[in-house]
Design a protein around this ligand. Sequence first.
Ligand code: XUL
Ligand code: CO
Length: 449
Amino acid sequence: MDNYYLGKKEYFPKIGKIKYEGPKSKNPLAFKFYNPEKKVGKKKMKDHLRFAIAYWHSFCADGVDPFGAATMAHPWNQGVKSPMEGAENKMDAAFEFFTKLGVDLYCFHDRDMAPEGESPAESEKNLFTMVAKAKKLQKATGVKLLWGTANVFTNPRFMNGAATNPEFGVVALAATQVKAAIDATIELGGAGYTFWGGREGYMSLLNTDMKREKDNLARFLTMARDYGRKQGFKGPFYIEPKPMEPTKHQYDYDTETVIGFLRYYGLDKDFRLNIEANHAELANHDFAHELECAAAAGLFGSVDANRGDPRNGWDTDQFPMSYQECALAMYAILRAGGFSSGGLNFDAKIRRNSVDNQDLFLGHIGGMDSFAVGLEVAQRIIDDGLIPAFTKKRYASFNSGDGARFAKGQMKLEELAKIGSEGGYKKIGLSSGRQEYLENILNQYLLGL
Ligand code: XUL
Ligand code: CO
């Protein structure tokens, strides 16, 4: 993609193609570390990182917060005669942005792309009009769909949940959207399909039958899986965990909770995890912890790349900027085998007071540079081998003799206890976990030393 796409109008004037200029560049509109063609390990940076743009934050969010009105008057919404005209303009702006930034994947909710109509049929008609345009623009630009999803949480009808709503009629309405969003994803060749359980949780146990809601959620996901497979969708379905917000407690609380849920309901063959950094933080976990949990279960899928604020208890969805957090995340991702159908979707928004035409570019450039640094540091950890070798050595006693027999399940507790008893207390010394040593090495790598 050397050129960029322009619709009827240029929505980001004075901004051209964003290029790699190296770490010393003073040009704010250039990559300092993200060099897409550079080889890191066995793959090019762009193929490791698989960046994607989130349609909702980038082209729909307008700076509204609970205390104030919109601060961003997006040019694609100005002077339009109908919501569909706005949707067409917005899509032109989106593809201009993707191609100027050089990111060839994106993610969307049905309602980001097309306005809701007066009936489910009209909403679907609007969606497929926009899908036809997206298909054309994808073909013209080489941009592809990372995943699609349905917004079944914004409309007031979903205030008590979608698949977990206590009223069957609302569950059925959610199905109209999910079915159409799966069709749209298939039509656009999407690599995956995501479920983030926006209001799939509860506000009060005084009015909630939790078991019934979880059973209904699993039933709904099973039906969606069966429908997608019947229509020929081959990619993974993702669950995106989040512990709370908007509900007090969400059923997809964190990665371990989702793994248990998927296995209990027999969905673990078709579903994987889409892990978001800020959601990990809300669950009181590190981002890397969540990635590691998914990888250990063989269910790692994709990532919503952003960051939270450690002193805020809500989803601030800021652009990822911490080299250390990105490095630890990439270390987990590389050891999990890297991305196959997944990618790094910037589920991040610029701040309410970031109202310049450049700001959306700057947020993404910073996030891409941070993950590029993270990738290089993660590869360095692997290539240098000190940290992995230390970790491996810690478990060496399970590789042979009695330890190996234990690991293979060839021992009973009586025998294990006998070995402990015969060994006695004196034989086992204390061996250091050497965390400080490992953290010091990581800090050297972070400075490129
Ligand atoms: C909300 C969130 C969503 C999902 C898609 O916190 O992360 O944007 O990623 O519905
Ligand atoms: Co997300």
